[in-house]
Write a protein that binds this ligand. Sequence first.
Ligand SMILES: NC(=O)c1ccc[n+]([C@@H]2O[C@H](COP(=O)([O-])OP(=O)(O)OC[C@H]3O[C@@H](n4cnc5c(N)ncnc54)[C@H](OP(=O)(O)O)[C@@H]3O)[C@@H](O)[C@H]2O)c1
Length: 266
Amino acid sequence: MSPTAFITGASQGIGKATALLFAKNGYDLIITARSKDQLESVAKESKSLGSEVIAVAADTSDRSAIEALINLGIQRFSQINVLVNNAGICMSAPMSQTTIEDWEKIINVNLWGYIYTINALLPHFIEHKQGNIINVGSFGGKVPLPKMTAYCTSKFAITGLTETLRLELEPQGIHVSGIHPSVTSTDFLERAIFKDSDPEAEANRRQSMEKMLTSPLASKSEDVAKAIWNVVKHPQAEVVVGSAKVPAFLNRLFPSITQGMMSNIS
Ligand SMILES: NC(=O)c1ccc[n+]([C@@H]2O[C@H](COP(=O)([O-])OP(=O)(O)OC[C@H]3O[C@@H](n4cnc5c(N)ncnc54)[C@H](OP(=O)(O)O)[C@@H]3O)[C@@H](O)[C@H]2O)c1
């Protein structure tokens, strides 16, 4: 029987690269995202690599849809071995421009979406005394980034969720890892919410983030997928992927220096 991975946000970017890498390595897949056509095309590509695939369009902030999909996956494959929580959206705005509705949107997807999958899969992992939970966080969950308060709040929460859960579940044979990408060249900004005090400032903010995502320093989706694969094979507490390794490390040792630098570039 092939092992099975459940991957959220698998229609494109990091989630898609992860799905294809797991398919290449003999995994069956349960994949989800909201865009049905894109998801089906990833399913088709994964099947051509030999995987059996369940692909269901769902919003990860819809708890009952996620629970139903996990139950369907367990029924069909008998066992799920790996959970990759990856579906996420970005928001860049000063706090004064961030509405409660924006907060709810970011927290519902970036935090509750991860909690729903873990909550639904945990009894299965505990029963089988095995499982890997990989939470895709962000360097924005390791280093505070000004004018990204809602996004960083959600990602710092993922860091806390991952580190705490790891300690709790390790004795039960369940490995929990955090993968924290630096800027990665994907279409992440297509879904991002940008806000600022005026349209020009908002356009500038979008432009400067677009520049970062297309810079040679940006990681590729495949780099992040490889890191996810590696922690499944050789469990580790966390990996920062790409160029933010150094600031993430410095922030742990010398927070005032890193944070001083961050407020100067905001
Ligand atoms: N790219 C970066 O620079 C970067 C840096 C640090 C961390 N990350 C993190 O890496 C993860 C993946 O990002 P990415 O760069 O691959 O972004 P992406 O290309 O925009 O992909 C995001 C994926 O999540 C899905 N998604 C978004 N909202 C969803 C929802 N409500 N329900 C279900 N699926 C949803 C999207 O599909 P649908 O729209 O079809 O639902 C898509 O498949 C995110 O958690 C992000 O925070 C990215």
